[in-house]
Design a protein around this ligand. Structure first.
Ligand SMILES: [Zn+2]
Length: 336
């Protein structure tokens, strides 16, 4: 099979490798579509957070495809089924797994996180429980984008977004745009989005945001806005500190975007207003709801897609957003 391999910072090549062989509980998936994520873009520079790419690595973790082979003990899937691949398989046995928080598993094996290879490949393997069948009404791209949708769903869950919530989403990138749609699907009364990119703000408005604010001209904390939940999706220190000042007493701040290791925040405001501040790390058990929301049309994923690339064009797919302000979600099609 052909795979796109990151050999070092900025050094991507297409290689031929033997097809992986599924274990008893695994399925082999022929990859149809893979979304490019902000974390893939950082890996291109050789690291993200605490993970350093010090050995060849296949990027890509937002994948869909078709089951082409099943392990001997597989009971839930058959050859030919279209699936959305959940990219992390936990160990099913550590304390966090047993408590139902498998996203915090100590033994997690997650695509494109060293040393586990990702999905910019013609074939991938996953445990049968993490290849979720999708209805034919979902496109290959949409099935792949159930992964970022899961990030948005999890953020809403952590933030307690519910009927009547007033919500602020900072950053109108792919995750911000799904967070907006998830908040609306959960009954939020208002969802304000901020960014400095007018194209993304317009898309946010089209996807149902109540208000889309360009914070290049005025900080959101000076606009008089007050919200119950902030989902911070920009990873930007100034945007985060500014937005926290718009959260009402007893409100919740969910840190979704990845900024630096450390960040200056308005701590006295958090104390005086008894705000709850939480991180989010991936998601757990979000695929059933993600599939239902996408299939029902309540969340639109295809509208985030702004381009398609083959395995030979992964470099271009990873860097397009830097040059083109219209780029939102480039997709890689390994079979193209
Ligand atoms: Zn575990």
């Amino acid at each position: 099979m052909r795979v796109s391999v990151l050999r070092g910072a900025g050094d991507l090549v297409v290689e031929d490798r033997p097809a992986p062989e599924p274990g008893p509980h695994d399925v082999l998936v022929k990859v149809a579509s893979v979304g490019v994520c902000g974390s893939d873009v950082h890996y291109e520079h050789g690291r993200i957070g605490s993970h350093v790419v010090d050995a060849p690595l296949v990027l890509g973790h937002e994948a869909s495809g078709v089951v082409v082979e099943v392990g001997a003990a597989v009971t839930r899937l058959t050859v030919g089924q279209r699936v959305s691949v959940e990219p992390g398989v936990p160990d099913f046995s550590c304390g966090q797994c047993l408590a139902g928080r498998y996203n915090l598993c100590e033994g997690m094996r997650f695509y494109a996180t060293p040393p586990i290879d990702g999905a910019f490949a013609e074939l991938v393997i996953t445990h049968e429980l993490f290849a979720h069948p999708v209805p034919d009404s979902l496109s290959d791209d949409a099935a792949a984008l159930l992964e970022p949708l899961s990030v948005g769903l999890w953020a809403c869950q952590k933030g307690g977004v519910g009927p009547g919530s007033r919500v602020l989403v900072t950053g109108a990138g792919p995750v911000g745009l799904v967070a907006v749609q998830c908040a609306l699907a959960r009954g939020a009364a208002s969802v304000t989005v901020t960014d400095v990119n007018p194209h993304r703000l317009e898309l946010a408005r089209d996807l149902g945001a109540t208000e889309a604010v360009d914070v290049g001209s005025m900080p959101v904390s000076e606009s008089g806005l007050e919200v119950d939940v902030l989902m911070e999706c920009s990873g930007n220190q100034r945007a985060t500190a500014d937005a926290i000042r718009a959260v009402a007493p007893a409100g919740t701040v969910v840190l979704v975007g990845m900024g630096g290791d450390e960040m200056a925040l308005p701590v006295s405001r958090i104390q005086e207003r008894e705000l709850t501040l939480t991180g989010t790390f991936r998601y757990a058990h979000t695929w059933p709801a993600a599939i239902a929301l996408a299939a029902s049309g309540r969340v639109e994923l295809d509208r985030l897609v702004t381009g398609h690339y083959g395995l030979d064009q992964v470099e271009e797919a990873l860097t397009v957003a830097r040059a083109d302000p219209h780029a939102v979600k480039p997709m890689v099609r390994p079979g193209a």
